[in-house]
Design a protein around this ligand. Structure first.
Ligand code: IVH
Length: 667
């Protein structure tokens, strides 16, 4: 039955209303309604669209995620080239630029506009009659990659623009920067490290890697943000200056960095530069300078461009937060997956307020490329102002006594052979019983989001492994109080508490155990999906690749990794031994109760542990998920919640405080 006109109108009205609230929340940061009210609107829309699927429009707020993975990115030609910027690194350099502008114009420009320079990935979004049609990366400036489906998943990217003075531009090619905030970047890396996935070197790489994903559902989980600052072709509205542009874009619904300033003369520019430099550390994103632009587009036309950079703009860079120090040693760390990472141990030195004494060198190729030797003087910097890295060596300061680094052929921890698998950058220790790998595996196994064994901290793990008390995970379950007291010289009470924690871990749900095993690419969400499908670890161990891939949310990479893990004899023995020790949770039919079918997500610090929260929810028939998706019914928010809260709001999922959760569950 076709939708009656009145339903059609209602759906349109709801979409407009939701778009407005998305905009107030994500672009202006000034919500007007409560989460519950927003949620109600979203639900109403989803249910109307569910009842009348022909009402679903591609620009509906309900349609952000859902495009299937692509095989490759289609090339997109930019109708006007996306230029790069010239740089200057000092006030003198900046003044030279001003002088040149003045020479060409024959007078001072009418004014400048300054904006912080964000280090991300520049993109172009094309809107036709107000509807988002194509989004692309800069590429080589003329041809970029089609990342439309990925950009659509970003809450800050409007799928439809708001009319400006009652009109929508017939065409708007808007340009801006996709970036990741520092905090979000660090959290993302933590998650990746936990899953044995390579970490991103800096927020820029993280943003680029997240946007250039063939599977848009991966992009959807990444905390990407956008600031717009430039346009290509514009039709149907008139924009004549940068000031006008930066005022118009937000009215159309596009996010603009509020930290911009119109400056009348170069002294005001220099003052703004100093102001941003002073604030730099407090800004949520990394910035490496200020972009100064001539305000009037008519003056820009006179100035033109040289070698693909406009004469009307310049990147006035901040002095890089760098310092010079010496490489004392290059050590090799062995991670949970056996990957060997060379790390430079440095004479401690301060870089923009933080003492740096180690810098990762990633892998052997990186050491070669930079030619870092033990004893070298090097320039260090915090990449994206976050992770310390060696920028370059100062070869003039070499004395001849420096030592080249060679990747060991034997694992520094166990002495086992080291291999470098075809096509991989990392060397690996293949010994699954390597103490370094075991320590990392145990740390992961005991971590809060895995088996949550409080009291089994880093130091104790070291001592247990080094003392020979624990060689493999199942050994944990064979520990006796006497051993701990004698061998570890632990107090009786601590020993008792630890054993109790270890015992308690046996009762945790299967999903946690699957996650705790540290199978490559199997994060919390994948572990949940696997545990829902297979009632026991033994059954999961027997699953084939195709069968695994039938589970929605499990792709080829995860399936491959799971099968590979259980194919390994050592790992199969691990499963058997765990079961023999009483660690054999069953993906039991969930209890039924008042929360049957309800899915909860927890974020931020709460007064109970994740394991406890999960137990409460399960006992009432509900389920706990680790990430916010449309399938989630409630997000429970503690202190300092993360991105999950924003995502919950965007999806219109009800948000509960801890008190409300307790009231709901009667705890
Ligand atoms: S304007 C030709 N404004 O810097 C003028 N660019 O080094 C177009 N960038 O490719 C660019 N923040 O990715 C402009 N506020 C800002 C910017 C900015 C960062 C990036 C952009 C550009 C690169 C050039």
């Amino acid at each position: 039955m076709p939708a009656p006109d009145e339903v059609r109108r209602k759906a349109e009205a709801l979409r407009a209303e939701i778009r407005r609230h998305d905009y107030l929340y994500h672009v202006l940061d000034r919500p007007e309604i409560t989460d519950a009210e927003y949620d109600e609107l979203f639900r109403e829309l989803v249910s109307l669209e569910g009842a009348y699927p022909e009402l679903v429009t591609p620009d509906s707020p309900s349609q952000r995620v859902g495009a299937p993975p692509a095989a490759e990115f289609r090339p997109v030609q930019h109708s006007l080239p996306m230029l790069s910027l010239g740089n200057c690194f000092s006030e003198e350099g900046f003044v030279e630029w001003v002088e040149r502008v003045r020479r060409i114009l024959g007078r001072d420009p009418s004014g400048y506009v300054c904006e912080p320079k964000l280090d991300g990935l520049s993109v172009e979004l094309v809107y036709e009659d107000g509807v988002f049609v194509v989004g692309s990366t800069r590429g080589d400036g003329r041809v970029g990659e089609d990342v439309t489906a990925n950009l659509r998943t970003m809450k800050q990217v409007p799928l439809r623009l708001f009319p400006h003075h009652g009109r929508l531009p017939a065409l708007l090619e808007v340009r801006g920067e996709v970036y990741m905030e520092r905090g979000a970047f660090l959290r993302l890396n933590e998650d990746r490290a936990r899953r044995g996935e390579p970490e991103f070197a800096n927020p820029r790489n993280a943003a680029a890697g997240s946007l250039r994903q063939l599977d848009p559902s991966v992009t959807a989980t990444r905390p990407l943000k956008l600031f717009c600052y430039h346009v290509g072709r514009v039709e149907g509205i008139t924009i004549e200056s940068q000031v006008q542009l930066l005022r118009t874009l937000p009215e159309l619904g596009l996010p603009v960095n509020p930290l911009w300033k119109a400056c009348r003369d170069r002294d005001e520019v220099v003052a703004f530069y100093a102001e941003v430099l002073a604030k730099r550390a407090e800004l949520p994103y990394a910035t490496d300078g200020v972009v100064v632009k001539v305000d009037l587009f008519s003056e820009r036309e006179v100035l033109g461009e040289v070698s693909r950079a406009p004469r009307w703009a310049i990147a006035y860079k901040f002095p890089a937060a760098e310092a010079v120090t010496r490489v004392r040693e290059i050590v090799v760390q062995v991670g949970r997956t056996g990957a060997l990472t060379p790390v430079a141990v440095l004479d401690p030195v301060e870089v923009s307020g933080v003492t740096v004494s180690r810098a990762t060198l990633h892998n052997e190729d990186e050491v070669r490329r930079k030619d870092v030797r033990v004893g070298d003087w090097v320039v260090v910097r915090r990449a994206g102002e976050v992770i310390p890295e060696i920028v370059r060596v100062l070869p003039d300061r070499r004395t001849g006594g420096e030592r080249r680094f060679r990747m060991p052929t034997r694992c520094p921890s166990c002495g086992g052979p080291v291999t470098r698998p075809e096509g991989e950058a990392a060397h690996r220790c293949e010994n699954v019983s390597c103490p370094a790998r075991i320590k990392e595996s145990l740390r992961h196994y005991a971590s809060r989001r895995a088996m949550d064994i409080a009291g089994l901290g880093d130091k104790l793990v070291d001592r247990l492994v080094e003392g020979g008390l624990v060689r493999r995970i199942p050994d944990l379950y064979r520990l006796r109080a006497e051993d701990l007291v004698e061998v570890e010289r632990m107090g009786e009470k601590s020993a008792h508490n630890l054993l109790q924690e270890i015992e308690r871990s046996k009762g945790l749900p299967l999903a946690r155990l699957v996650f705790a095993l540290g199978i490559r690419h199997v994060g919390e969400r994948a572990a949940e999906l696997l545990a829902e499908r297979y009632p026991s670890l033994a059954e999961l161990a027997g699953a084939g690749i195709e069968e695994l891939q039938e589970i929605s949310g499990i792709g080829p990479q995860i399936a491959q990794s799971v099968v590979g893990f259980f194919r390994n004899e050592e790992n199969r023995r691990l499963v058997e031994e765990l079961a023999a020790c009483g660690v054999a949770p069953r993906g039991e039919r969930p209890a039924t109760g008042p929360l049957t079918g309800k899915v909860f997500v927890f974020t931020g610090a709460l007064s109970f542990t994740r394991a406890e929260a999960e137990a409460i929810v399960r006992s009432l028939g509900g389920r706990v998920a680790s990430s916010v998706s449309r399938q989630v019914d409630y997000v429970v928010v503690g202190k300092e919640p993360g991105e999950k809260l924003a995502r919950a709001r965007a999806l219109g999922i009800p948000v509960l405080t801890e008190g409300e959760f307790r009231a709901l569950t009667g705890r």
